[in-house]
Design a protein around this ligand. Structure first.
Ligand code: HEC
Length: 165
């Protein structure tokens, strides 16, 4: 009787230990999956993206927080799918590419160029509600602001003329 109680305690302890080990090992199994062969996914930085969205000139046509041009769809995070594959964003850009490039050549004088990492950061910014809250006119470099002012002048020319009289 005494023996069997001891035995069951030992059995129970062994079982508990086994469960604990199993749990621990399942946790360490959760390693980040590498991208497919030969592929390295960049770290996506919403704060770098905030600066790039303005300095690359996306802001000339697209707005965030109501800051930016109105010639193209606004890119506020709250209007995006909550969880999005960044490649789907690139695919959306690709679909709009024809119109976008023609307009860029017209309004910026050239097609916007960026590296993959820069685009990854811009995509991160476009999907980050918290980072977008920090987006202000102060993020827009003078060169781009000037361009936007110039474009505003063109479209508001009529309004201004009336105002000046
Ligand atoms: C000169 C104006 C202009 C600039 C600069 C510009 N875009 Fe666009 N973009 C457009 C227009 C216009 C469309 C809509 C095209 C269409 O509907 O065919 C568009 C479409 C898009 C779309 C698809 C939106 C949707 O809802 O389907 C994305 C995403 C996008 N642009 C991202 C960017 C990013 C990121 C940048 C900066 C690197 C940028 N654009 C710079 C004019 C511009």
């Amino acid at each position: 009787m005494y023996k069997s109680v001891t035995l069951s305690i030992v059995t129970a302890m062994t079982l508990l230990t086994t469960v604990a080990i199993a749990d621990a090992s399942s946790d360490t199994d959760k390693k980040a999956k590498p991208a497919t062969e030969g592929m390295l996914l960049p770290y996506m930085s919403p704060s770098k993206g905030r600066k790039l969205f303005a300095s690359k000139g996306c802001v000339v046509c697209h707005s965030v927080n109501g800051i930016g041009g109105e010639d193209a769809p606004a890119l506020d995070a709250k209007t995006m799918s909550p969880i999005m594959d960044p490649f789907d964003f690139a695919a959306k850009m690709w679909r709009g590419a024809g119109t976008m490039i023609t307009m860029q050549e017209d309004e910026l004088g050239e097609q916007i160029d960026f590296t993959g990492e820069e685009l990854a950061n811009i995509i991160a910014f476009v999907h980050s509600t918290s980072e977008q809250k920090k987006f202000t006119k102060a993020d827009i470099p003078p060169r781009i602001a000037k361009l936007m002012g110039h474009l505003d002048d063109e479209s508001d020319e009529h309004e201004k003329e009336e105002h000046d009289q």
